[in-house]
Design a protein around this ligand. Sequence first.
Ligand SMILES: NC(=O)c1ccc[n+]([C@@H]2O[C@H](COP(=O)([O-])OP(=O)(O)OC[C@H]3O[C@@H](n4cnc5c(N)ncnc54)[C@H](OP(=O)(O)O)[C@@H]3O)[C@@H](O)[C@H]2O)c1
Length: 295
Amino acid sequence: MKILLTGCSGQVGWELARTLLPLGDVIAANRSEADLSDPDGLRRTVQKLNPDVIVNPAAYTAVDKAETDRDLAFLVNAEAPRVLAEEAAKKSALLVHYSTDYVFDGTKNAPSTEDDVTHPVNVYGQSKLAGEQAIQATGADHLILRTSWVYAARGQNFLKTILRLAAEREELNIVADQIGSPTWARLIAETTAHILRQILLERQQDVFNSGIYNLTSAGETSWHGFAQGIVEIARQQGVQPLKNRVINPIPTTAYPVPAKRPLNSRLSTERLEQHFDLKMPSWDSALRLCMEEMV
Ligand SMILES: NC(=O)c1ccc[n+]([C@@H]2O[C@H](COP(=O)([O-])OP(=O)(O)OC[C@H]3O[C@@H](n4cnc5c(N)ncnc54)[C@H](OP(=O)(O)O)[C@@H]3O)[C@@H](O)[C@H]2O)c1
């Protein structure tokens, strides 16, 4: 089985390049090998490689920049997934795609389920929702995995930023009224591999149904709680000298950024856990495991 993986240098893509290995021949493509801002070139690449499965973690993920870079965000997050899905449909291949809690406006007072009404509040969320809808419209066999608050030992993310700031500053102010579940890229990649095994069997048996699944860690916290967890673990590890003494909780309104964020980023993983017989680990246990690799 041939698996085309896009965005292999990203947080999730880098992990997938490892966890997908036992499933088949993985063609791990970076931006220059599969450019999602060039739909025609992307189409030719897929046709040439002729994969059985396309796994697409590549995305325009600069949430604030997307507010003023709408065309590129939509090209990469909506048009390119449409092309991948169209090519998958032609060959009866499977497309595994990633999306986000930012397809919701975050006003629900509970974790969002896959069937809740979408209503993105920023351009990034709009472009990711357009990608989901474009894939669905092609009729290709697909799996859309919505995740949230992704971090990893590599790449640019909140974990790395907090570790840097905690080494530099005694006092940090972190938003405390946005809640979600920080999710380790490794967990997303391991879970994808597990799911994929089952899906491939379901397709062989002709019982596969395309659909959306939420894929996050269990439990919830705020960005403030996430930062506290990071600094606490770093302090216990005792490897890095930390200047930080206090992390102040602040409201979203005190930290203005170009893109509006949903206050509630929580996603229910019940459908995923039931269908694939999984139990998602708590966000803080996964964070500890990730940070163990960083020392
Ligand atoms: N990060 C989060 O907090 C978060 C939250 C919810 C959902 N998600 C979704 O989860 C998935 C994985 O996110 P991530 O955190 O792994 O993202 P990431 O670390 O920002 O990586 C994005 C990847 O996409 C690639 N990329 C960007 N533009 C491209 C283009 N024009 N052509 C080809 N590749 C391109 C990047 O390549 P370069 O390395 O060359 O830039 C990088 O490999 C995405 O679908 C994202 O929307 C992420």
